[in-house]
Unconditional design. Structure first.
Length: 220
């Protein structure tokens, strides 16, 4: 592990898989200018590390057992906007990518990334930049290109996340499946759905689905 220095980037590693966490810690610790100052295996541990250690960068997986890395990222960035979160995960689907970025992550790499790419991403995130792996970057470009040609957003009174949940509800998915798709807890999904019902002034899930499909949501 590095001996310390004023210009060092202080990094914490958050991953529920001990072998990967050990490997990532070893990689970062052997890289000049980086120092691992904390580790965590779940979201609560990540929050404790963020509060106590205040690293420059947190390398964050999205699968963290009971609570997702997306939720952890949102809370960490909300409490400590100076901490840069770099997601390193196996998940390369659009829902995971954009959920993490909306939560405040500054970087997103897949676990197959080369050591040099991980180092470059950590340094970029520490410097306040946004860095996406090649596969993720191409997805983001495609998403933004589609957004430019899209029509008016349905239900502007909803947040992006609430609209996303409503869209999946309108597809007929259960709360458990939606939670897995968005890397959220089922309780968080229930809370979002409750907000949707209130804002749309509908009585139940069935009425929300009807309104959503009338507005063009729920199309598979």
């Amino acid at each position: 592990m590095s001996t310390g220095g004023a210009d060092e980037i202080r990094v914490a590693v958050v991953d529920d898989h001990p072998v990967f966490r050990l490997g990532m810690t070893a990689l970062l610790s052997s890289t000049a200018g980086l120092r691992v100052v904390g580790e965590a295996a779940d979201a609560d541990g990540a929050l404790r590390v963020a509060d106590i250690v205040r690293p420059d960068v947190m390398v964050m997986d999205l699968h963290l057992g009971g609570r997702s890395g997306v939720e952890a990222t949102r809370e960490i960035v909300g409490r400590h906007p100076d901490i840069g979160v770099l997601v390193v995960t196996m998940l390369d689907d659009d829902d995971s990518v954009f959920a993490a970025l909306r939560a405040g992550a500054r970087g997103y790499l897949l676990k197959g990334a080369a050591p040099a790419e991980v180092e470059r991403a950590v340094r970029a995130v520490a410097n306040g930049e946004v860095l996406l792996g090649p596969v993720i970057a191409s997805r983001a470009v495609g998403f933004l290109a589609g957004a430019r040609t899209a029509g008016p957003v349905p239900f502007p009174e909803l947040t992006d996340r609430e609209r996303e949940v409503l869209d999946l509800v309108a597809q007929g998915l259960s709360n458990v499946v939606i939670a897995r798709r968005l890397t959220l807890s089922p309780k968080t999904v229930r809370n979002h759905l409750s907000n949707v019902l209130t804002k749309l002034q509908v009585a139940d899930r069935g009425q929300a689905i009807q309104r959503a499909r009338q507005a063009g949501l729920g199309q598979v």
